[in-house]
Ligand binder design. Structure first.
Ligand code: G3P
Length: 217
């Protein structure tokens, strides 16, 4: 499973890219606002440079097809790495179909059901993003949804890649991998926690101490 960073914060992107584990970055208007990204297009361009060759998602905010298409073309013009995030509505999927014909990649977002994921694949989306955490927040089964989508996508060999999004915990990342998701997009704090295990820290300390003993320090 590939790891994407779910962030529009340049410092976080730079740090996580330095760890060598990133295959992409996803942003949304909320994350851009949180990062204080006023000139979002220049932030987007910088993210593309920080993670060369990776898929970098940026979201449209209009609701009708024509306006989404205009926004999408502007975002895609920033860099060939840009993938345009579009909500799973009838207007959104019409835009997805058109953008596919123009060679602009899309990530269909705000997906909360398998039916919506099937529609996104039918429209030719490159990626589809089921929101795990927001479903769990409501007492529903976010990872169960990812598993169900994977079962359908594998059965029909859809080319659309599934991004487990709205991730809140390291365990959800593992759960997404066990469910067969192609990608998990992970907030910076969760990504940091994925590295952690007390036995790793203890082991490093013990190896260092034993080595120093051997050197007679
Ligand atoms: O980028 C989409 C998604 O990951 C949002 O997550 O935490 O706002 O539910 P969250």
């Amino acid at each position: 499973m590939k790891i994407f960073l779910d962030s529009a914060d340049l410092k976080e992107v730079r740090t996580a890219a330095g760890w060598g584990v990133l295959s992409g970055v996803t942003t949304n208007p909320t994350l851009a606002a949180k990062a204080g990204a006023r000139d979002f297009k220049s932030v987007l361009a910088e993210i593309c440079q920080l993670v060369p060759g990776a898929a970098i998602s940026a979201e449209v905010v209009s609701s009708d097809t024509d306006s989404m298409l205009n926004e999408a073309r502007e975002l895609a013009a920033v860099d060939p790495q840009v993938v345009v995030k579009i909500p799973v509505t009838p207007d959104g999927l019409a835009a997805v179909r058109q953008l596919g014909q123009e060679g602009i990649r899309t990530n269909v977002t705000l997906v909360f059901s398998t039916a919506q994921a099937i529609l996104a694949a039918a429209a030719g989306a490159d990626f589809v993003s089921p929101f795990v955490g927001r479903l769990d927040d409501r007492g529903e089964d976010g990872l169960g949804l990812v598993g169900e989508i994977m079962k359908v996508f594998n059965t029909y060999r859809y080319a659309t890649e599934v991004i487990a999004a709205s991730i809140r915990t390291p365990r959800q990342v593992v759960g997404a991998a066990l469910a067969g998701a192609h990608i998990a997009t992970v907030p910076f704090k969760v990504l940091q926690r994925l590295f952690e295990h007390p036995l790793t820290a203890q082991g490093i300390e013990r190896f260092r101490a034993d080595w120093e003993l051997l050197q007679g320090r």
